[in-house]
Every structure is written in structure tokens, then in C-alpha cells.
Ligand binder design. Structure first.
Ligand SMILES: C[S@@+](CC[C@H](N)C(=O)[O-])C[C@H]1O[C@@H](n2cnc3c(N)ncnc32)[C@H](O)[C@@H]1O
Length: 263
């Protein structure tokens, strides 16, 4: 297993990066543990120790459009999407190990050959391992809302992060965000407006209902049970050149990096 989620702080001695997650190991079922031990070598995204960019054609053994899903949770909706679209390849990255184990089992049980499962912090994966224009689509479904105002800085969708996504998504590719928190939807729309040179809405924002290519997710069902309204926000990468070095996205000064309790 790679352990990129724990890296980063040592490589950034003058400041700590604000993370969009807090590690909750949770209890691994015996099946999840077996999946991590036995299936990660087969279906896991193997990252070299030294940060070397990945050649996705080699990773998948073919040339096909690649979707990256960030924070796939239990991975059921990603597995369903991959099963429905065998002509596309999918990388899922999730820092919660029970979820990684769950998706590995799904991949094996469904016999999927077009999925690679990563346990890396998406920020590190994008920054060090994925090359410019290598992704056809990035999807971030129901990211942690961090609803307390003092935690908003932990939200994954921030201008610097989206600017970095712009360097990794090919021109014409898509960025699909979904949330069931109204104020996070507003925040996402404001961030995407700030990123107008690189992204434009792909249809009405929010989309009228769940797009047909997005299966329902576990956190979505939880939100719907609570009476939340789901917003799907779909953008297309424009032809505008993105800065080659999007800078230190997701990083901040020491006083911003204090530990927090998950709300
Ligand atoms: C609220 S859950 C949603 C899970 C799933 N998308 C769903 O809708 O059921 C958000 C997930 O994002 C993961 N996550 C947060 N920040 C991440 C990061 N930087 N890299 C990878 N995963 C991350 C968390 O571990 C968590 O499982």
C-alpha cells in the first residue's frame, strides 16, 4: 500500500498544508483487510516512492479516457459507473481505508478491468503523479462539507485546487461536483466563477436533477433522508491555457494548520 495521505508535512517544512480530511481509521472488516492485503497489488494504483509521474496508458494497458473520482467513499457508485462504461478507465482515490478495501472487493467481484484504486490524498496525487491534460473527467461527489465557518478552509473545492485541476484535465474535459449542502453548493459556484478562464458551465448550473451518468451515492442517500436538496454542478474545461505551475494549492500558513475536530 502507498501511504501518501501521511506524506506532505515533511516535504513542506515552512508551513503545514490544510487537509480536507481527518483520518478516521474505522474498523476494517476481515473482508476489507483481505482486500487491502491481496487485492491492492492487483487493482491498486501503485505509486513509485520517488514522485514520478504516472503513464496512465501503461497503468491501464490501453489508451482510453480517464476519469478521476476524488473521495469515493465506499466506491459503490464508482464501481457501478465503471461497469456501465467499459470503454472508459477510472481512478478512484480515497483516504478512508475501509472504503478502499470495499471498492477493491467490488472491483474483484464485478470483474472490472478499468478501475485502479488509490489510497492517496488527492492533492498529493494530482500534484506529484498525474501529468498535465491526462484526465478526461474529475468528479467530486459529496465532499466533506465542513459546515462550521472556521473549518471552511478545509473544504476541498477552493480556487487554488480548482486551478490545479485545470492543469490536469484536458481542454474539453469535465469537472463534475455534487453536494447536498446548500451553502457548499453556493461556495462551489463562487469558486468556479473565480476560475472562469479555465472552466465554463456545461449546461445549467445546478443541473436539473441527477445527471444520468452519475449513480446515486451513499452520502447522497443520507442527505436525501435528511431532506437535503442535491446540486450537481458540471463544468467543461475551456481551451484557455492553465498555469503550468498552479502553485502551492491547498497549502497555508502555520496558524491555519491547527488540528480540528470533525464537526
Ligand atoms: C462525505 S464523504 C463522500 C463519499 C462518497 N463520495 C459518497 O458520496 O458517498 C467524502 C469522502 O472524501 C474523502 N476525502 C476527503 N478529502 C480527501 C482527499 N484529499 N483525498 C482523497 N479522499 C478525500 C473522505 O475520506 C470521505 O470518505
Amino acid at each position: 500500500m502507498n501511504d501518501l495521505a501521511n506524506r506532505g508535512a515533511d516535504e513542506t517544512p515552512f508551513y503545514r498544508r490544510i487537509r480536507s480530511f481527518v483520518r478516521r481509521e474505522g474498523r476494517l472488516t476481515p473482508g476489507q483487510q483481505r482486500a487491502l492485503d491481496d487485492l491492492f497489488p492487483r487493482f491498486g494504483l501503485q505509486l513509485p516512492d520517488a514522485a514520478e509521474p504516472l503513464d496512465l496508458n501503461t497503468v491501464f494497458g490501453r489508451t482510453a479516457p480517464v476519469t478521476l473520482e476524488i473521495g469515493f467513499g465506499d466506491g459503490e457508485s464508482l464501481a457501478e459507473q465503471a461497469a456501465r462504461q467499459p470503454e472508459r478507465d477510472f481512478i478512484g482515490t480515497e483516504v478512508h481505508r475501509p472504503g478502499v478495501g470495499h471498492l477493491l472487493r467490488e472491483v474483484e467481484q464485478r470483474g472490472l478491468t478499468n478501475v485502479r484504486v488509490s489510497d492517496a490524498d488527492a492533492v498529493e496525487l494530482l500534484e506529484h503523479y498525474l501529468t498535465p491534460d491526462s484526465l478526461d473527467c474529475v468528479q467530486v461527489f459529496f465532499p466533506d462539507p465542513w459546515h462550521k465557518k472556521r473549518h471552511h478552509k478545509r473544504r476541498l473545492i477552493q480556487p487554488a485546487f480548482v486551478q490545479h485541476l485545470a492543469t490536469r484535465i484536458r481542454p474539453g474535459g469535465r469537472l463534475h461536483l455534487a453536494t447536498d449542502w446548500a451553502d457548499y453548493a453556493e461556495h462551489m459556484i463562487a469558486v468556479m466563477e473565480e476560475c472562469t478562464p479555465w472552466f465554463e458551465p456545461d449546461g445549467p448550473v445546478p443541473a436539473p436533477g441527477r445527471p444520468p451518468d452519475r449513480p446515486e451515492t451513499k452520502f447522497e442517500r443520507r442527505g436525501l433522508r435528511r431532506g437535503h436538496t442535491v446540486a450537481d454542478l458540471v463544468y467543461r474545461r475551456t481551451q484557455a491555457p492553465a498555469a503550468a505551475d498552479a502553485g502551492s494549492f491547498g497549502r497555508a500558513s502555520p496558524q491555519d494548520g491547527e488540528p480540528v475536530r470533525r464537526s
